[in-house]
Design a binder for this molecule. Structure first.
Ligand SMILES: Cc1cc2nc3c(=O)[nH]c(=O)nc-3n(C[C@H](O)[C@H](O)[C@H](O)COP(=O)(O)OP(=O)(O)OC[C@H]3O[C@@H](n4cnc5c(N)ncnc54)[C@H](O)[C@@H]3O)c2cc1C
Length: 437
């Protein structure tokens, strides 16, 4: 049977390669150079549109673990990254032109893959992976919105930072929902002096420069926190930092201002800063938001972003196999399925490619164990709360917590070795060849 992959970026190249490697004939559609995106510069596959880094390599780092899993599983993107690596300290960085050439050459030379340089405007027939990325062309995006329902395809990302629960100072914050309606939120109380110092730092902080295609008008209900702050000293106190209905149970008093933290997952391992969508540069977010009482040592699992991004509300649309609930022959991978980042996009491309083959061969598609980095990612994409769904980089907050008590220092090592063990067992159970890990 012939299977189809749309988009030869990080995810689509990986998906097409895996489908071909496991014996299927693949049609791979790529619209460049006939039609370019606003960010890509070349006709090469898996072009890195910005940084040339695949981030940290250590197993104490969730993205280091994800890369280790990808290498073990035989990822083409990782093979190319290692072959075209440049020195970058503890990170894996590549020569972007060599990297893209390596992948283009391998894919174009594979006897099972036929490359078609054409824009796809509607969802193709038969088993298909759609991996057209954050800058999916408009006709296809319209067709996807019709397929999934318009409410579930987004064109703009406006996300507040997310911090890990175990990095919050629980001596300082207190649990309460507004007007005593439960205890779902953590609240960071600010005195007048703390609020003014924070406000001054926020209005003076550096913001990201926007690319032309990122200039989307802000909605009034979703303004960047620094834009709100620039409207006046008290605007935040009457907006996202409003303290009314939130007395501190330890004193019975209402603080001058409050930053609310809302749980991001059911396990309560991650919290987002409510109403703090922002364009601040990432080091500035760390500096300024750590001025909030209780967040002095916060670990940022995701920084706030506001940029153009085409992505699905995965939990409403996708299964953990990356198939769509509506039509199981249609899979999504890469940034469009609701992950963030080069490595994460490629990893979901691997899963979609393997499942495309299994569909074509009449086998049950695979759900990666949630203890693995691959499984943690697709679990987020298909199982997070759909009401507040935001694309994410891989991070340890997405993994099931350790089943036993482990110190904070040892937690990452524990989660990494548990993941690699789970991947080994899973791969041998389903006949996925795996390198020694
Ligand atoms: C400006 C920008 C900068 C980014 N910087 C980084 C960064 O520094 N680090 C990082 O980790 N992540 C970054 N990202 C996020 C993300 O990791 C990358 O966008 C990544 O390339 C996503 O991989 P993908 O395979 O999902 O999409 P892409 O790599 O974008 O691949 C999608 C492919 O589909 C093609 N396509 C689109 N529509 C169609 C169609 N209708 N028919 C046929 N082909 C089509 C495109 O030409 C493209 O080749 C950035 C994103 C953007 C937009």
């Amino acid at each position: 049977m012939t299977v189809t992959v749309v988009g030869a970026g990080l995810a689509g190249s990986e998906a097409a390669w895996q489908a071909a490697r496991f014996g299927e004939r693949v049609l791979l559609y790529e619209m460049r150079p006939e039609k370019m995106t606003p960010a890509h510069q070349t006709a090469g596959f898996a072009e890195l549109v910005c940084s040339n880094s695949f981030r940290g390599s250590s197993l104490k780092n969730a993205v280091g673990l994800l890369k280790e899993e990808m290498k073990a599983l035989g990822s083409l993107i990782m093979e190319a990254a290692v072959a075209t690596q440049v020195p970058a300290g503890g990170a894996l960085a590549v020569d972007r032109h060599e990297f893209s050439r390596y992948i283009t050459r391998k894919i174009e030379g594979h006897p099972n893959i036929e490359v078609i340089r054409r824009e796809v405007r509607t969802i193709p027939a038969g088993p298909v992976v759609i991996a057209t990325g954050p800058l999916t062309s408009s006709p296809l995006a319209e067709s996807i919105a019709e397929f999934t329902g318009e409410d579930y395809l987004y064109f703009y990302d406006a996300a507040a930072p997310i911090v890990s629960a175990d990095s919050i100072d629980h001596e300082v914050v207190y649990r309460a929902s507004r007007y005593g309606r439960g205890e779902d939120y953590l609240n960071c109380p600010l005195s007048r002096e703390q609020y003014l110092a924070f406000w001054k730092a926020l209005v003076a902080a550096e913001v990201h420069e926007k690319k032309d295609f990122d200039h989307v008008p802000f909605f009034e209900g979703c303004l960047p926190v620094e834009v709100m702050a620039r409207r006046g000293e008290d605007t935040l106190r009457f907006g996202p930092m409003k303290p009314v209905g939130l007395p501190d149970p330890r004193t019975g008093e209402i603080p001058y201002a409050v930053v609310q933290l809302r749980p991001e997952n059911r396990e309560g391992t991650m919290y987002n800063l409510v109403g703090f969508q922002t364009n601040l540069k990432w080091p500035e977010q760390k500096r300024v938001f750590r001025m909030i009482p209780g967040l002095e040592r916060a670990e940022f699992l995701r920084y706030g972003v506001m940029h153009r991004n085409t992505f699905l509300n995965g939990p409403k649309v996708l299964l953990p196999t990356l198939q769509t609930i509506r039509d199981r022959r249609v899979l999504f991978a890469g940034q469009i399925c609701g992950v963030e980042g080069y490595v994460e996009s490629a990893a979901t491309g691997f899963i979609a490619g393997v499942n495309l083959v299994r569909l074509a061969q009449g086998k049950e598609p695979l759900v990666f164990p949630r203890e693995t980095a691959h499984g943690a990612l697709v679990h987020h994409v298909s199982g997070a709360d759909p009401r507040s769904f935001q694309p994410m980089n891989i991070n340890f907050g997405l993994f099931p917590p350790p089943g036993r008590r482990v110190s904070r220092e040892r937690k990452r090592e524990y989660l990494s070795s548990r993941a690699l063990r789970a991947l080994r067992d899973f791969a041998s159970a389903y006949g996925l060849s795996i390198a020694a890990i």
